[in-house]
Design a protein around this ligand. Structure first.
Ligand SMILES: [Fe+2]
Length: 177
């Protein structure tokens, strides 16, 4: 029952009428938005885990960042951004690329902070983890907002079928490795 729900909740959803909603894995921008939703959920789990001093929950979020998020960033940097290198997008793309590097630095700091498996009563370590978790959650919220308010609408306006299919195939190939 994995039918697409008819463009749920995106307010309108018009202007993409190319018959792509025929039950096949629709378009890559929808897929990227879906990973943003999962990323938001993981950020919430990280925030809660850091607050509750739940090492396992924080470690799970870290694992998600280093696997799924890394792959998502490759989808954007290697498949989407190069096809949007038009003048109006260049500055935003450069900023998004820099933010990806900043996120990686934050992930590394978080991984280091939990690498010693801090005990629940290690207030110093958990205070650092909580701060890093909050920084990461905030950084992603802003980053996702920027992508979804500028680049994704541009992609929907400007990318047509051969390019969309190629992006989708490249994303699938990253998941088959
Ligand atoms: Fe993204």
């Amino acid at each position: 029952m994995a039918r697409d729900g008819g463009g749920s909740g995106r307010g309108g959803g018009s202007g993409r009428g190319e018959g792509r909603n025929d039950g096949r894995p629709q378009d890559p921008i929808d897929q990227l938005e879906r990973s943003h939703r999962r990323l938001r959920e993981v950020c919430d789990a990280l925030t809660a885990g850091a607050r509750d001093r739940d090492l396992e929950a924080v470690a799970e979020a870290c694992a998600f960042f280093s696997r799924q998020v890394r792959r998502h960033e490759q989808d954007e940097e290697l498949s989407l951004f190069p096809r949007l290198e038009v003048a109006e997008a260049r500055e935003t793309i450069e900023r998004l690329r820099q933010e990806h590097r900043a996120h990686e630095a934050l992930h590394e700091r978080l991984e280091r902070a939990i690498s010693g498996k801090p005990a629940r009563d290690d207030a110093g370590a958990w205070s650092e983890i909580e701060t890093l978790g909050a920084d990461i959650a905030r950084a992603y919220r802003e980053h996702i907002e920027l992508e979804e308010s500028t680049l994704f609408p541009l992609a929907r306006r400007t990318l047509a079928e051969p390019a969309l299919g190629e992006i989708l195939a490249e994303m699938a190939a990253r998941r088959d490795r």
